[in-house]
Write a protein that binds this ligand. Structure first.
Ligand code: ARG
Length: 455
């Protein structure tokens, strides 16, 4: 490929270090699509005849078929996917294959291929996020009247609907999905035509190439075009943040499926046993959701570290961009359907959640009661706090204090104070938009279904 200038072939160990075919073969579809479009662009400027173009396109289609059928035979000299495809094309169609690389460099080629790969990965990830979102919406709808303790600082805080807790993850995922969409906008910028660094002399129609390959627009600077891996960094950030969200869901579900909570039960299909303790049922799926976030963050860190301090334009370091990218794509591919399966199949234990409610969680409602009687909130907060303290010293529920006890704390407390100790009422009184009131949650779910196009 560059033999003309060299007097001996490269060292074996170095060849192994230098080669990327072992992983970048995965770009074959993108690489061949790019080359087919490029053959057309070459014909438009007369570098190849129409017959030659057709020969090239035909040969490239045959190379792709070999890859598709997992029948592509690798040679030790195949440094990367680009040289492998060109080598095989030469074997199939002869010397005309040598015209394909006119005006093109592997620098603009690999940047183009990787962008095509990322665009496909973004679409697949968005589909997988949608599937998880619909599992969430369905589960929330099926259990729309289940009450549960809401926690802050992992301490019982206020009552919420189980559906409200679950739907909070819908919105995180919605932001993830939109973030991937934003990244796609900046990924769909065509580098091809940038050559090695300076553009090309043959005047390929870059707008034509962009249209052929489904890019939104063309890059404005050939140095930036071969240098830019921001689109991978963005993809990896979006993947890492999605991983963090799945990890937080994982943590909630690991806790909630423990005997101490028992709020949900994992389906057997998504749990594992212990090789030693016969009674164990472990929430491995959600533990892995937590664990996989670590490697997604690692993938992002690898890429940012790779780019930091790199001279502009193309450097071979950039070949190291692919493994973290592929790893993140594979991780999300494996993880998202499992998390969707866990949510779809988990059993929701209404009674366990009911048992975990206590009237101390209604202390805010108690303060609100006094506020409705004209007391400033700060004072109401202190009075409700005193009631909590009194109940705690007596070892009784807040609802078990007598009307006289309450009157002693504040004369504003009437006999109707006992109405405060109604769990359903507590939730029902929070019908503010975005709150946990049943109607508010119904509206939230309806909005989510519209956004996500879930039926
Ligand atoms: N395998 C290389 C990569 O992934 C392709 C580009 C090689 N370019 C070069 N000038 N050696 O980055």
């Amino acid at each position: 490929m560059w033999g003309g200038r060299f007097s001996k072939s490269i060292d074996d160990a170095f060849a192994r270090l230098n080669a990327s075919f072992g992983f970048d073969w995965r770009l074959y579809d993108a690489d061949i699509r790019g080359s087919i479009a490029y053959a057309k662009a070459l014909a438009r400027v007369g570098i190849v005849s129409e017959t030659e173009r057709d020969t090239l396109m035909d040969g490239l289609t045959r190379v792709k078929a070999e890859f598709d059928a997992r029948k592509f035979e690798t040679k030790a000299t195949d440094e990367d996917i680009h040289t492998a495809v060109e080598r095989r094309l030469g074997e199939l169609v002869g010397t005309v294959a040598g015209k394909l690389h006119t005006g093109r460099s592997r620098n603009d080629q690999v940047a183009t291929d990787t962008r095509l790969f990322v665009l496909t990965a973004i679409r697949n990830t968005q589909y997988a996020i949608r599937a998880l979102q619909s599992a969430i919406v369905q589960k929330a709808e099926q259990h729309s009247d289940v009450l549960m303790p809401g926690y802050t600082h992992m301490q019982r805080a206020q009552l919420v609907l189980f559906a409200h807790w679950l739907m909070s993850f819908f919105w995180m995922l919605q932001r993830d999905l939109e973030r991937f969409g934003d990244a796609a906008e900046r990924t769909a910028v065509l580098p091809l035509g940038a050559g090695a660094i300076a553009g090309n002399t043959i005047g390929t129609d870059r707008e034509f190439l962009a249209r052929e390959l489904g890019f939104r627009t063309i890059s404005a600077n050939s140095i930036d075009a071969v240098s830019d891996r921001d689109f991978i960094a963005e993809f990896l950030f979006d993947a890492a943040l999605l991983g963090v969200h799945l990890s937080r869901l994982g943590e909630d579900l690991v806790l909630y499926s423990s005997a101490e909570f028992g709020f949900v039960t994992m389906d057997d299909a998504y749990a594992t046993g212990s090789s030693l303790m016969p009674q164990k049922k472990n929430p491995d799926a959600m533990e892995l959701a937590r664990g996989k976030a670590a490697r997604l963050i690692g993938d992002l860190t690898t890429l940012l570290t790779l780019l930091k301090g790199l001279p502009s334009s193309y450097d071979k370091d950039l070949q190291e961009d692919k493994e973290p990218l592929f790893d993140a794509v594979d991780t999300l591919d494996a993880l998202l359907p499992v998390v969707a399966g866990v949510v779809r199949t988990m059993r929701v234990n209404r009674d366990k959640m009911r048992d975990a409610l206590d009237t101390a969680m209604l202390a805010t409602d108690l303060a609100d009661y006094l506020v409705r009687r004209g007391m400033p909130f700060r004072e109401a907060h202190r009075n409700a706090g005193e009631a909590v303290k009194l109940a705690e010293t007596r070892g009784v529920e807040l609802s078990e204090l007598s009307a006289a006890d309450y009157q002693k704390i504040a004369p504003e407390f009437g006999a109707d104070v006992k109405d405060v100790f109604d769990f359903g009422q507590s939730v029902a009184s929070r019908e503010i938009a975005g709150g946990t009131g049943p109607n508010a949650v119904r509206a939230q779910i309806a909005a989510a279904k519209q956004i996500a196009n879930v039926l």
